[in-house]
Write a protein that binds this ligand. Structure first.
Ligand SMILES: Nc1ncnc2c1ncn2[C@@H]1O[C@H](COP(=O)(O)OP(=O)(O)OP(=O)(O)O)[C@@H](O)[C@H]1O
Ligand SMILES: [Mg+2]
Length: 571
């Protein structure tokens, strides 16, 4: 409630759907229409050369289906009488047999009379059909188109020998269909769009390619394949696969990543549609573009994470959507830094980073200093600050000492313009902020793909705040590992003989002791109590901590996904 007693109006941020351009209200923001026009002209001008296959090649979510949909409607609008298009979704097509599904889709595209004449032709070739099938063929040609196509297929697919007839029959049908249309530049053309081939299992990919090559390689048909060729090449088998694909695909159109201007237009369009335009400044938009590899789907997903978070996480209301959107950007693009923010200590990495920047700028660029802020930072890491009249060499030495105690990623982040601008603009001076940044966002992002069989593992986990370890513990247990949590050295000693752990995970700081984890593992190692693999899982990874862990023959991370992968590798 505001002072006036009104509930503040919640801006109507909306989720962006993932429909390809032209569907679900998705508007073309990348000049896909123009590319489609050019490709349509190419196809139409080359129609006498059909059959051929054009591949629309791009990585996941870069706009293959969008371009294919637009190309399909451009072709049909250009020449509604001559051009027919048909879609075959290799992935979602329900038929178990992809070859059958694809060939039938093509047969369905020819008109009734062509199909009827084919039935008659087949009837004459009784060696193909057999007397019994002949009767059903006659019946089905009266009972409807779909039935007739089904019967043609069944007649042909009856035995392996007659399968050889398929191409001949399809060729006859295509020729018949072509002859019924215009000539020369008005010649008929059937464009078959096959989307999502790269999502299919290897044998299905192979079957579809074989269908194109063996059965459907007939005049008048052009195939447009939507796929990531890297994935497709792997599906049909390494280098040999690439050569095989060259036989199937004659023209390859790789969709380029959007250029600078296009990418800007895309992001502007998306934030506009989702109602979030006022929350993103130019630098944040640049982050969205560059950190997603200019991938439209990734950009949408990121904006959607914010919209979801804003709906579900009401505690952000007071600090505002502007800060929340920045935290979401940090979570996705700077996960290590974001995890530092959640580390649950009384230190605030955002403020520490900004203080560090000021000191670094003073040492390196002789920018204005602020001794008060350095003192705060040096105090936090328990180092003596440089004296007020320190010379250049002393300041450099202080900076080097400081960096050993700060998170490993700080020096690199200091050179990242977008990151600096994001962090400098965060609202940090409030208790509310301190409380909020320590709560994880609703939508957690993790890269861990799931453990292998971990039943061999007996994990001892030492941490005075075990609550933060719920997710990795669940994952370990899901893999079959036995996990026991204790909060201190005494607990660990008691658990050792009972559990006989073969993996040890520990925090670093416990209570006021900044090095408790290191001292305890050293104790266990020195007394021959535990010699197995050990991992430190903590909020901040600093160069000093990395060195200390290495001395104990242990790994250190603040990424739960990485922790699990490390354990998985050692298992
Ligand atoms: N020209 C465009 N303008 C605006 N948004 C676009 C454009 N092209 C693609 N997109 C958006 O990008 C996302 C991915 O597009 P699309 O589904 O066409 O990609 P794809 O390469 O087919 O993906 P997949 O690899 O999953 O098959 C969709 O949300 C779509 O709306
Ligand atoms: Mg697609």
């Amino acid at each position: 409630m505001t002072e006036l007693g009104f509930e503040p109006i919640r801006p109507p941020y909306v989720v962006l759907n993932d429909a390809p351009v032209g569907e679900g209200g998705t508007e073309d923001l990348l000049g896909t229409a123009e590319t489609a026009r050019n490709l349509a002209e190419l196809i139409l001008a080359s129609r006498a050369a059909a059959p051929f296959t054009l591949a629309v090649d791009a990585r996941w979510g870069m706009g293959k289906s969008s371009l294919m949909r637009t190309l399909s409607s451009t072709l049909e609008n250009n020449e509604p009488d001559a051009v027919s298009t048909v879609w075959f979704n290799a992935w979602t097509s329900a038929r178990a047999d992809a070859v059958e599904g694809l060939i039938k889709s093509v047969l369905f595209s020819f008109d009734r009379n062509v199909v009827r004449r084919t039935v008659r032709g087949l009837l004459r070739r009784t060696q193909v059909v057999g007397a019994l099938r002949a009767a059903t063929l006659v019946a089905s040609s009266f009972f409807g188109f779909a039935h007739a196509v089904d019967e043609i297929w069944r007649a042909l697919a009856l035995d392996a020998k007659s399968r050889n007839e398929i191409k001949a029959v399809v060729r006859d049908m295509a020729q018949d269909w072509l002859a019924r249309g215009g000539k020369g530049t008005n010649r008929r053309l059937l464009v078959v769009f096959i989307d999502d081939l790269d999502r299919c299992a290897d044998d299905r990919v192979f079957a579809v390619c074989e269908a194109i090559k063996l059965y459907l390689d007939v005049p008048g048909i052009v195939f447009v394949l939507g796929c990531d060729q890297v994935v497709l090449g792997q599906a049909v088998g390494g280098t040999a696969g690439a050569q095989y694909l060259e036989k199937i695909i004659q023209v390859n159109y790789p969709i380029p990543a959007p250029g600078e201007e296009e990418a800007q237009r895309l992001v502007n369009g998306y934030v506009e549609h989702s109602g979030t335009a006022h929350l993103f400044d130019d630098s944040m938009k640049r982050l969205l573009v560059e950190r997603t590899g200019r991938n439209p789907r990734r950009i949408k997903r990121l904006i959607n994470s914010f919209v979801l978070e804003h709906r579900l996480n009401r505690s952000w209301d007071d600090l505002g959507a502007k800060n929340l959107v920045k935290v979401v950007l940090l979570q996705h693009f700077y996960p290590t830094f974001y995890r530092n923010m959640l580390s649950g200590t009384d230190r605030d990495p955002v403020r520490e980073f900004v203080d560090y920047l000021v000191f670094r700028g003073f040492v390196r660029q002789h920018s204005e200093g602020d001794p008060l802020r350095w003192r705060r930072l040096f105090d936090a890491v328990k180092l003596a600050p440089p004296s007020e009249d320190a010379d250049g060499a002393e300041l450099e030495a202080s900076l080097a000492e400081l960096e050993k105690q700060l998170p490993v990623e700080f020096p690199e982040l200091a050179g990242d313009r977008e990151f600096v601008s994001l962090v400098e603009s965060l609202f940090v001076d409030s208790v509310e902020w301190q409380r909020l940044i320590q709560q994880p966002l609703v939508s957690q992002a993790s890269s861990f793909a799931g453990p292998r069989d971990l039943r061999r593992l007996r994990v001892l986990w030492i941490d005075d705040y075990p609550d933060g370890n719920r997710w990795p513990i669940d994952q370990l247990e899901a893999g079959g590992a036995k996990v026991e949590s204790v909060t201190d050295r005494a607990g660990a000693l008691a658990a050792l003989s009972r559990l006989r752990p073969n993996v040890l995970i520990s925090d670093v700081r416990r209570g006021d002791d900044d090095k408790a984890g290191f001292t305890d593992l050293a104790y266990l190692r020195d007394n021959g109590l535990y010699g197995g693999p050990a991992f430190f899982y903590c909020g901040q990874v600093t160069p000093a901590r990395v060195r200390a862990a290495k001395q104990l023959d242990a790994e250190i991370t603040n990424d739960p996904g990485e922790l699990l992968s490390l354990i998985d590798e050692s298992a």
